[in-house]
Design a protein around this ligand. Sequence first.
Ligand SMILES: C[S@@+](CC[C@H](N)C(=O)[O-])C[C@H]1O[C@@H](n2cnc3c(N)ncnc32)[C@H](O)[C@@H]1O
Ligand SMILES: [Zn+2]
Length: 290
Amino acid sequence: MKIQELLSFLRCPSCYSSFNHDKNCLICSNCNERYPIIDDIPIILTNEEIKDAEIKKIYEELYTNVKEDIREQKNVPSHCFDDLREIENLNIKNKVIVDAGGGRGFIANNLVDDVNKYIIVDLSLTALKELKRMEKDNLFLICGDIQKNIFSKEFADIVICTAVLEHLEDPNKALNNFKNFLKEDGELYIQVPVINLPFKEIFLYIFRKIKKRDIEEVKKIHLRVYSTKSIINDLNSVGFSISYLNYIPIIKEFNLTRLEHIFYLLFNRSLLKKYLASSIQVTSEKRGME
Ligand SMILES: C[S@@+](CC[C@H](N)C(=O)[O-])C[C@H]1O[C@@H](n2cnc3c(N)ncnc32)[C@H](O)[C@@H]1O
Ligand SMILES: [Zn+2]
């Protein structure tokens, strides 16, 4: 049974002990805290967290409004990142992967058939229930908060975290957790939106004037604006060293026309790359404690 396998790497967020389970609940073997299992998906959140998490409400609503069948989603162009398979040092074959804030599975869709275990943690039960319809034996779904320490030590080969860190109140807590449950030679892959222009506040202000309504919407859920420097600093301070960095131009978010493709190639070779990027992809290696 899948829940039995889940128990091998799930830990109680209150006391970091292992779980037992009955039909409807995970039960901490130490503090007896109970977490419900709904549709085979453990909900590792307290009632307060379910009620209070503003971001959870926003995403539950957003995902409820997506009408597309998850099984038809394969060809939806992924937003702002290149295929992970193109990244040389990120070999996903037969690996145990945790997709932190995996949402509606844009990345899972592409990778799940090639890996040993694909584990998605997300706040949105709506998204996870939809993902369940993929009926993959190696896909594990957990409703939880990636800022909480809910996994056993050093069990995962790769953590994927795309378009999530900017939504978190305490991203460094999440990064610390990733370090804890990644194996010694584990890899972290992240994608975050960045602004690398000097005086980025002025740039944001101009942008805000142009697209005030959109920006207001984004501001509600983006709690910080990263630059390449600030995200690298955060990764380094937690104990990750950078092994690959790629700048993604804003244009990559859309299907490219021929002209745009030429622009993209020029951009990719230009020194402006860093400043015109709307997001970056980074892979980081776990370092030993210094
Ligand atoms: C912009 S979406 C990105 C989804 C997916 N990673 C992708 O690239 O398509 C952000 C996701 O992060 C999830 N999320 C936000 N805060 C979270 C948290 N503290 N713990 C787990 N998931 C979270 C949201 O529910 C949402 O699915
Ligand atoms: Zn406990």
